[in-house]
Design a protein around this ligand. Structure first.
Ligand code: CP
Ligand code: NVA
Length: 313
């Protein structure tokens, strides 16, 4: 297979992002940069490989970037659309995992519950990659920090303010931020903080990279001096019935020009997308020169290609 794939003793799956240590994340970024600069070097890296892509929820970026990434490396992607029937409904997740393992070389899955992903991985004999769950979105935030490394040279020591819901994206930013040595400043309304155990684990991991994790109530305080300001939707997929109630609670957490004025002069704006303009971010900030949201979206492709190379080779 690909001669440039590193031997890193990686875990066989990417379920949370915590499987990878700081040097494995660094190796991922090195490989992603090479994939981005020299895509032709990898055009046959997945020749003869089949990947199943299970989606219980809608997706634009994740679905397209995985499919383009797989096919551009000579592999084949098979979409299993579970938008209308949860995984495990027609037959057990264990049976799905064991059947798929006889035919394909890897499984990419977007699920409602992290437990579904964990069950898939427990029974599959091929790598399972988290394409978003209720708790984590590792592919997103690895691409985010890769993007920040492109902008700032290194993500180590970069002050990143995440403003909004302490959700899956927030958790994965904490996991990845701790591994790259970023200064993470999270501001959420009361009751919407990130999971305390994930925060604590990230704090432990950050100690090794000189990163820091701080939680705030005030968005202005969190953004003060930040070089990167990040937000996500206030109601995630599956929480649509809470949209109105959350809109009132999260209104002071909107990223607008006034909030951005507290950030560093060279601060960039990030959003995993899809964005709800006028809610968590204004149109003005989304369209400003500070916004690097489409660089993030592009880098999903390069980083996920590197993830596939690392797990499948
Ligand atoms: N950011 C992200 O994962 O986008 P999709 O939901 O469109 O895949
Ligand atoms: N937190 C969002 C992220 C979408 C990419 C959700 O889970 O819907």
């Amino acid at each position: 297979m690909n001669a440039q794939a590193p031997a890193l003793n990686l875990a066989s799956d990417l379920l949370t992002g915590t499987e990878w240590n700081a040097s494995q994340v660094r190796e991922l970024f090195r490989l992603a940069a090479d994939v981005k600069a020299h895509p032709d070097r990898y055009k046959d890296a997945l020749a003869g490989r089949f990947l199943a892509m299970v989606f219980e929820k809608p997706s634009l970026r994740t679905r397209v970037t995985f499919e383009v990434g797989i096919v551009s490396m000579g592999g084949s992607a098979i979409l299993l659309d579970h938008a209308n029937a949860r995984l495990g409904e027609r037959e057990s997740i264990a049976d799905v995992a064991r059947s798929l393992s006889r035919w394909v070389h890897g499984i990419v899955a977007r699920v409602f519950e992290q437990e579904a992903l964990d069950s898939l991985a427990a029974f599959a004999t091929v790598p399972v990659i988290n394409a978003l769950s209720d708790v984590y979105h590792p592919c997103q935030t690895l691409a985010d920090f890769f993007t920040l490394e492109e902008k700032f040279g290194s993500a180590r020591g970069v002050k990143l303010a995440y403003i909004g819901d302490g959700n899956n994206v927030c958790h994965s930013l904490l996991v990845a931020g701790a591994r790259v040595g970023a200064h993470m400043r999270i501001a959420t309304p009361a009751g919407y903080e990130p999971d305390a155990e994930i925060v604590e684990a990230a704090r432990c991991d950050a100690a090794a990279t000189q990163g820091t994790i701080e939680l705030f109530r005030s968005p202005e305080e969190a953004v003060s001096g930040a070089q990167a300001v990040y937000t996500d939707v206030w109601a995630s997929m599956g929480q649509e019935s809470e949209t109105e109630m959350r809109a009132a609670i999260f209104a002071p957490y909107q990223i607008n020009a006034a909030l951005m004025s507290h950030a560093a002069p060279d601060a960039v704006f990030l959003h995993c997308l899809p964005a709800h303009r006028g809610s968590e971010v204004t149109d003005e900030v989304m369209e400003s020169p500070r916004s690097i949201v489409f660089d993030e979206a592009e880098n999903r492709l390069h980083v996920q290609k590197a993830i596939l190379l690392m797990l499948l080779n």
